[in-house]
Design a protein around this ligand. Structure first.
Ligand code: FPP
Length: 233
């Protein structure tokens, strides 16, 4: 079965660090390595879109020190990884309400997203200050504005209109949604886009997620019967 779009909730960095008596940031740093490896593996499997939940709108509630270290890590990772990713054919895309980030980080995100790889192989969507409910609300606000100012009719407001005004409007729906770290929640990730995704909840902590873990998910996915509400035959 074709996999166009793989989405991952990368959970378990903090616990991974705690198991090693290290600060939580140590786990996030190790998580960057898993991001790098997963991008490589996604390319080798011919996946076209990879969405990663890097920072939810709720993550601002973490201790201020952890949030600021994560912001530093985002800045460093963008600086360090973008050129190599572009060489590999990766186009970066940041989704979420970016306005809340520092000017420095916003500028880095915009600059990284503006880089065009010579050959397009994989689009990596990094979700930051993102929430699936926020995404739906921002589309609904656009609808309200178009109704007030541009004559959008109620009957024109259908699933297709909505799809076209959400983040990732030009991308296929999520085929596989993986959450690492042993919790069974979607935690407000791509709610609309994952409506028919196959869900995989893995016990492995994100820094330990490797190519074998991904292969195991892909093998199980092949065994699943995606019916999209229809019957098999
Ligand atoms: C969840 O683990 C992880 C995060 C909130 C941050 C994710 C960030 C990275 C993997 C690194 C940077 C990524 C990019 C794309 C540059 P947790 O802290 O909730 O772990 P816990 O559940 O064990 O506490």
């Amino acid at each position: 079965m074709a996999i166009n779009h793989l989405a991952i909730i990368m959970d378990g960095n903090g616990r991974w660090a705690k198991q090693r008596n290290q600060p939580r940031t140590f786990g996030h740093q190790a998580g960057v390595k898993s991001v790098r490896n997963t991008i490589k593996a996604a390319i080798s499997h011919g996946i076209s879109y990879l969405s990663l939940f890097a920072f939810s709108s709720e993550n601002w509630n973490r201790p201020q020190k952890e949030v600021s270290r994560l912001m530093d890590l985002f800045i460093k990772s963008i600086d360090k990884e973008t050129p190599e990713l572009n060489t590999q054919g990766v186009k970066l895309n940041f989704i979420g309400d970016l306005n809340r980030f520092s000017d420095v980080l916003q500028n880095k995100m915009h600059a990284a997203a503006a880089q065009e790889p010579v050959q397009h192989r994989l689009i990596v969507n990094i979700a930051v200050n993102y929430g699936g409910q926020w995404d739906i609300v921002q589309a609904a606000r656009k609808a309200a504005i178009q109704m007030l100012n541009q004559g959008l009719a109620t009957e024109d407001l259908d699933q297709i209109w909505f799809q076209q005004h959400l983040m990732l409007s030009d991308q296929p729906a999520v085929d596989i949604l993986i959450r690492t770290g042993g919790e069974y929640r979607i935690s407000n990730f791509l709610l609309w886009q994952s409506a028919y995704a196959e869900l995989f909840f893995e016990d492995v902590l994100w820094p330990d997620f490797d190519e074998q873990c991904l292969q195991s998910v892909l093998d199980q996915y092949e065994m699943r019967d995606r019916r999209f509400g229809r019957i098999s035959e």
